[in-house]
Ligand binder design. Structure first.
Ligand SMILES: [Zn+2]
Length: 85
């Protein structure tokens, strides 16, 4: 995957290569305009992060559902067994 992403200069629109995740000040190579850069992440990376966290959430929910459907019948079974004794 590419380690640099391109942002355009606020002044002259020149495309500047900035390291991924960089935040701080950069100076444009063409017009020398200094600008603040917030953490730069390409859109796909952001999406990927988002999808990953959603995926983890789903996995947590499905394991919770699994717990309920697997252990609850056993638990109820034990109670019924105890009541029948
Ligand atoms: Zn510029």
């Amino acid at each position: 995957m590419e380690n640099k992403i391109k942002i355009s200069c606020q002044n002259c629109s020149k495309l500047l290569a900035v390291p991924k995740g960089f935040s701080g000040k950069i100076a444009c190579v063409q017009c020398h305009q200094v600008m603040d850069v917030d953490e730069v992440w390409p859109a796909e990376d952001w999406m990927e992060k988002r999808l990953k966290s959603i995926d983890e959430g789903i996995r947590e929910i499905s394991s919770a559902i699994w717990m309920v459907f697997f252990f609850l019948p056993i638990f109820i079974g034990v109670i019924i067994a105890l009541l029948l004794i």
